[in-house]
Design a protein around this ligand. Structure first.
Ligand SMILES: [Zn+2]
Length: 73
């Protein structure tokens, strides 16, 4: 399911700090949730693996929002 909807989770790295952030946007109401993540290193291979986990966490967050806010729909 996560792989089918990767567009719901945006990820980027802050240039100044090198920290990763991610953001999910609700497709129904446009509510967005932005968070900073703390990767253990800046190793690119690690980040590639880590990005999959972030995507799952972000997607789970979106599902929670959908359940809480749009359950009736
Ligand atoms: Zn919503």
């Amino acid at each position: 399911m996560v792989d089918e909807h990767p567009e719901h989770v945006e990820m980027w790295t802050e240039e100044r700090t090198g920290r990763m952030r991610y953001r999910v946007v609700c497709p129904q109401c446009g509510a967005d949730y932005e968070h900073r993540v703390k990767p253990r290193s800046t190793d690119r291979e690690f980040l590639a693996t880590f990005s999959t986990e972030v995507r799952m966490v972000g997607f789970d967050m979106l599902l929670n929002h959908m359940t809480a806010e749009h359950e009736e729909e």
